[in-house]
Design a protein around this ligand. Structure first.
Ligand SMILES: [Zn+2]
Length: 306
């Protein structure tokens, strides 16, 4: 992406290196209320057992209305192990932070313009950068849940170490892949401002699991489509995209599809348990947003087959 000359957003809250919030000490294997264990280290998660604690955290997150993260799965959780950051951020992390602030600023410009057409105010979200673990209005979260949006405080939470995993473990490197992740979370913010998230939550409450999951998939695919809307305007209005960027975004959308993650985690796929959509669905809706650039193109709830 051609981002260096872009405006930088002031809506970045840097909480890296702050460790755990006062009064909370987290350690591997620590018990949390309810008798569940915090996830173990990388090796434990790879075995598929250590993810239980995270599943519980994610379920609590869903209950509280938080997007439980890009990568939430019923299996092992990707994401960095918990390690409070003692050393000052590296040069590459500082660069990543600058990049995030430019992408965030660009989403602000895009959504301000689109909300103006709707004659509604766009309230900008804050992006919290953290390392290891963070407390939000949606509760306490480990970096292992992946980036997430909390409607309670209208903030996006990202551990920059996630992007390393995205490149190395999920085979989706590149700055545009990272931008897509942020734009997806901002998409959840837009859904919150438009009242879509509230509607989904109240309908979901009366549905059986499989139907509730199907509704979440539609909500997630819409956030992918909204990320595409941002990319459309970033490209058309500000020429931020370079050759290869779209492919990076599509690769990221594909890498974190539920089917691909489930196959990696457990060797088989259970479509009824999907909460984010398959790789093909995620790529398709990102592309629809990218091509059309309008909110009306992203009605994943009316589509027969999302
Ligand atoms: Zn999401």
């Amino acid at each position: 992406m051609r981002w260096r000359l872009g405006r930088r957003s002031a809506n970045i809250e840097d909480r890296r290196g702050m460790g755990t919030p006062a009064g909370i000490r987290m350690s591997r294997g620590m018990r949390i209320p309810g008798g569940m264990r915090m996830p173990g280290g990388r090796a434990g998660r790879a075995g598929g057992i250590g993810g239980i604690g995270l599943i519980v955290i994610a379920l609590i997150a869903i209950f509280l209305g938080v997007d439980p993260g890009f990568l939430f799965q019923g299996g092992p959780m990707p994401g960095p192990s918990y390690q409070p950051q003692q050393t000052p951020p590296s040069e590459s992390e500082e660069e990543l932070k600058a990049f995030m602030s430019v992408v965030l600023a660009d989403t602000e410009d895009t959504w301000h313009a689109l909300f103006e057409q709707l004659e509604r105010p766009y309230q900008e979200p804050v992006v919290v950068l953290f390392s290891g673990a963070v407390s939000s209005a949606c509760g306490f979260a480990s970096a292992a849940v992946g980036p997430f949006y909390c409607p309670g405080d209208r903030k996006v939470y990202i551990d920059l170490a996630f992007f390393e995993e995205l490149g190395e473990r999920f085979g989706a490197p590149g700055d545009f892949a990272q931008a897509y992740v942020l734009a997806h979370e901002v998409g959840h913010h837009v859904q919150t401002l438009l009242g879509i998230s509230d509607q989904v939550r109240s309908v979901r409450a009366n549905l059986a699991d499989a139907d509730a999951n199907a509704l979440s998939v539609r909500q997630e695919l819409q956030a992918d489509c909204f990320a595409g809307i941002w990319a459309h305007h970033a490209d058309r209005s500000r020429q931020l995209l370079e050759p290869g960027d779209i492919e990076e975004g599509l690769r990221a959308a594909s890498a974190i599809g539920d089917d691909r993650l489930q196959r990696q985690a457990q060797g088989y796929v259970v479509p009824e348990s999907f909460t984010h959509g398959s790789s093909v669905q995620r790529m398709r809706w990102f592309q629809i947003g990218l091509e059309e650039g309008t909110l009306s193109a992203c009605d994943t709830f009316s589509a027969d087959q999302p």
